[in-house]
Design a protein around this ligand. Structure first.
Ligand SMILES: Cc1ncc(C[n+]2csc(CCOP(=O)(O)OP(=O)(O)O)c2C)c(N)n1
Ligand code: SF4
Length: 262
């Protein structure tokens, strides 16, 4: 099978704005799923509500497009009822970390055998660009018109602390790395989080001097710091530029997991 064969062509054209980063993450994910040699019959995609959560609608497998924030509970149900199925969740930073924040940390704590792919565009895209728990300090959104003055969640570190077996962060600029990370998440039993920072020119970029898609892609390229370098800077007491963020594999471990087929 070719990875494009996983797409539901009769659902096109998609709803995404020109330049949206979500399509890149869907492509990387389908590439990784295809590399696993899985079939659509044994794979299920689950999502909440948001632009990111529309992704399963474009994929030929069975899928659940659920209620806002509840993708992980629905996915947990699928996995516990049918441990033989591969269950992949698409979510956004609002869906996962705001209304769904409690489900997220408990999914990690239970280490349930799911692969969760979060398209983090720093805002609520679908509803017009409100601030989310991941909006960076100082960033503008419709609900932070003077610049966000709350510290954002670090989703990857949160997942590590809560007990997930596999955690990576990349961006839609890092296509190869992101594809490899999704595959590693699919291979690792237990809860996997792959955080993909993506451009949302409509809801985020145009309010933050990153109006064109390529402006934000260049911004991600220039502000992502490899985790090894980030940790070396920590060891040496070198301060981080607050606009930068670490990318790479945060953890890959083998803590006891739930829902893994015997
Ligand atoms: C219970 C409930 N509250 C609020 C909404 C409205 N709503 C729809 S999508 C969304 C936020 C989406 O943001 P995110 O999850 O980050 O996804 P994005 O659209 O940015 O990909 C909200 C608040 C809803 N559908 N259901
Ligand atoms: S609003 Fe943002 S996240 Fe939603 S489709 Fe448009 S660019 Fe993508």
């Amino acid at each position: 099978m070719n990875f494009q064969d996983w797409l539901r062509a009769d659902r096109l054209p998609h709803i995404y704005c020109t330049g949206c980063g979500n399509g890149t993450v869907i492509n990387c994910t389908l590439n990784a799923v295809n590399q696993m040699g899985w079939t659509p019959e044994e794979t299920v995609f689950v999502s909440g509500i948001g632009c990111s959560s529309r992704a399963p609608g474009y994929i030929i497998t069975d899928s659940l497009h659920t209620t806002h924030g509840r993708a992980i509970p629905f996915a947990t149900g699928v996995k516990l009822a049918r441990p033989d199925l591969h269950v992949v969740v698409f979510t956004g930073d609002g869906d996962l970390a705001a209304i769904g924040g409690n489900h997220f940390i408990h999914g990690c704590r239970r280490n349930i055998d799911l692969t969760v792919i979060c398209m983090n565009n720093y805002i609520y895209g679908m509803t017009g660009g409100q601030g989310s728990p991941c909006t960076p300090l100082g960033a503008y959104s419709t609900t932070t018109p003077y610049g966000c003055d709350e510290a954002p969640f670090d989703l990857a570190s949160l997942a590590v602390a809560a007990g997930a077996n596999y955690v990576s962060r990349w961006t839609s600029y890092h296509v190869q790395e992101l594809t490899r990370a999704v595959k590693a998440g699919l291979e690792t039993p237990g809860f996997s989080l792959i955080e993909a920072v993506v451009q949302c020119p409509t809801g985020y970029g145009r309010r933050n001097k990153l109006r064109e898609a390529q402006d934000m892609i260049a911004w991600m390229r220039d502000h992502a710091v490899l985790l090894k370098k980030w940790r070396r800077m920590d060891e040496e007491g070198v301060p981080h530029d607050p606009a930068t963020f670490p990318v790479g594999e945060f953890v890959r471990r083998n803590l006891p997991a739930m829902g893994v087929p015997k």
